[in-house]
Structure formats: C-alpha cells, structure tokens
Ligand binder design. Sequence first.
Ligand code: PLP
Length: 471
Amino acid sequence: MRWSDFPKWGKWAADWAAQYHAGLRDRPVRAQTKPGEVLAALPASPPDAPQPIEDVIADFERIVVPGITHWQHPRFFAYFPSNASPAAVLADNLVTAMAPQCMLWQTSPAATEMETRMMDWLRQGLGLPDGFAGVIQDSASSATLAAVLVMRERALNWDGNAHGLPGQKPLRVYCSDEVHTSVDRAIWVAGIGQANLVRIPTQGPLRSMNVAALETQIQADLDAGYLPAGIVACVGGTGTGACDDIAATCTVARKYGLYTHVDAAWAGSAMICPEYRSLWAGVDQADSIVFNPHKWLGTQFDLSAHFVKSPEALTQTLAIQPEYLKTHGADGIINYSEWSVPLGRRFRALKLWFLIRAYGLDGLRQMIRNHVTWAQALAEKLRTVPDMEIVTDPVLSLFTFRWVPTGRDADQATLDLLTAINDDGRIYLTQTRTQGKLVIRFQAGQFDCTEDDINTAFDVITETAAKLKDA
Ligand code: PLP
C-alpha cells in the first residue's frame, strides 16, 4: 500500500468507524469468542508476498471484529469506562498520520507546548490551584510509579538511584486496602518491597483510610527504625469507589514530612463538576495527583493526567540527559520525557484540545452529571427488587449489588447471575469482592450512554434473575 492509496482506504476506515458506532447497540458488548478462536483463524506463518489490502480488510471484519469487546458500546457498564469521543478519535487519527515521537521539545515543539497548555486547562477545569504543573503519562500506573519513585528518592535524600536500597533503612509507604494494584506494582518496581507497603484499615461509608490508625502506624514505624516515605490515597477506588479523607491524610503527611500521591484515576474526571469536589476536599495539599481522562472524559486510551506541586522533584528522580538527548540553543523549554519513566512519547495532548473545544467543559460536565444521576436512580430501583441487595451505595456513578435468592449461596448465585447477564450480551458487568462478599459492580460512564441504556440494564438484570430463579 502506498500513500497514494490512502484517500480510498482512509475514507473506507472513516465510514466503517461511523457505521460501527451507529450499530454498536446491535452487537453483544462482551466478545462472545472462545479462547483460542482468533489465534486459530490466523495463519501460523507470515506471508512472503504482499497481499491486497482488500483481503486484509476482509479478514479484519471476519476475524478481528467478532473478537472485540466493545468498550465504546453505550451499554458497557463493566470495569471503568474507556471513553472515546468522536472529536478525540479524529485528533488521534491526525496524530497517527503524522506519527511524531514527542520525547523532547525539539522533536515536536507543538506537542510539548500543547501539553503544557492542555494540562493547565485541565487543572483549571478540576479547580486545582495554579501551584500544580501537569504532565501526560501513558497510564495511571506509570504516574503512580513515578510518584512512588519520588517518594523513595526524597526519603533517601536523592541517593536511591545512585546507590540502590542496600544499607538504607527500610522504607515504608502507606495506603488502604482499597487502592488499585498499580500501587503494589509501583512498590515492587521501586524496590521498596511488598512488606513495606503498609495497609491502613478503612472506615465509614466511603471506606476511607482511618487517619488516626495511619498516624499511629507511622509513629510505630519510626520507633522501629523504618523510614516512612509517602502515602498513596485514593479517590474513587476501583472496587467500590472508596474515597480517603484527603485533607486529613495530607495533614498527617505534612506532620511527618511524607509525600502524598492521590490516585483519582476514575473519579478525577468528575471533578470538572464543582458539586462533586467534596469527595477530594483538601486535594490542593497533595504533592501529586493522577486521573485518567482516558477513563471518563472522552480521550480514548491512553491519556493519564498527572499533576505535581514540584516538577523539580520528578525530574530530580527521573531526568537523565546524555548528549544525544540534549537540546542546544533553546532556553526555557520542557522535555516531558524527563517527567516520566518511558522516553518515547505519543502526541496525546491533541485529543484533549479537540475534546475540550468540541464539547466545552459544560458539555463534558453534563455527560458526567447524567451518568451519576442515572446510575443513582438505577441503584434505587434495584433496591426495591426482591432478592437484590445494594451492597455499596453509589459513589458518583458506581455501586455494587448482589443477588441473594433464598436457599442459595449468595456468592455463587451472584456469579451465576453475572455470567448469564454477560452471555446475554445486551449489557456488560464485572464483579469484585467487598466486605467478604462477591458483588457485581455497575458503573455508568460511556460517552454515548443514554437513560434508555440504563433502563435496559435494569430490564436485563431483573429478567435474567427471574429466568435463573425459574430454571
Ligand atoms: N487506579 C485506579 C483507581 C484504577 O481504577 C485503575 C484502573 O482501572 C488504575 C489506577 C490503573 O489505570 P491505568 O490502566 O491507567 O494504569
């Protein structure tokens, strides 16, 4: 294929994308593929001779599309959303056409300077004070890793990269049980060791870290010769949307000189609506915050927004400047690759620019408010259904429930209900475990989701439970 063929196939791809999105409600949300099916359909050896693009496209439709779980389906209620707005998809198409590698300012000044401006637009949209600077990371996991590495370096007086951890006091990082496993992985990769990630018990309706217990633990660790380094707090934890008390957590952090990172990967998008900001009150006191516009805002995977009070702490931890990466003769520039673990960077900021301009913050706020309102209404409706138990109340647009028909083990019944719902295909839900119970998570967040889609979710859940009860 040559660039001269591109207009024909590019137009085909644009038409295909529009039709795909228009027809999503007719497809099962979760791929109904059996393990190994796609692999078996792919030839074991690569072709030596070029093949017509028509054949590749025919195979794409035949083999690939049925094996896709449709994250952009308006009735995708599983995990967290991974929203793709058409404006952001268009921007990514343009980026892909240019395919710049934006590791340094000079490798595409527009990408760097757009990133600076877009992160500041987002900062303002979230109501964060202007003391925060932003960088786009590929994922919340990467942002959390960067933050944990800063905690480590700061606690070790910036000596960990140079000399490693042997001979140092063991470091300690604190979090609740509700944080995402990306925190565990960051602790492993940073060499701090799982045993030094200390879980603080939670309390209250938002399953928040018990801050008194946090302080007691820090004090006990200091007495025992450990080196407390930082705290990872969560706002909108993955399982059930748990939220730590950020103000109280930061007060303890400040008292003991610890670095605080707030993981708001999912819930952060909702903070463009002032009325939800009480969930992270005190966040202006944090050192580092991550949230994923690629979850709920509409800039498809991947785009993770990482805000830090001190970019210097990040660059002191991560920057490395061999001659081949130096920019001579340009002052006052930012090389964002010095703010993150990977060197190479995609031009991600363009899709934020397209998104925010195409919908305005008001349009995005309305989408999020709708999701929250509709999910909360669904929880209330399900609460009235016999044998349905709401286990955790909605936090924004996420709640959990289980099915407790009499005479059956509730965990097994709930799992059977979930399997039957996902086999039906009209909606997609996933499970978690909380308070020792297996529960089904429901979150609304897909860009094109409507109130009718939420009503369909109610119908599917209740019809499926009734069928299973009669079986
Ligand atoms: N933090 C939270 C609260 C999450 O829910 C997730 C993923 O769902 C992550 C972190 C990891 O996100 P990413 O895939 O961007 O690394």
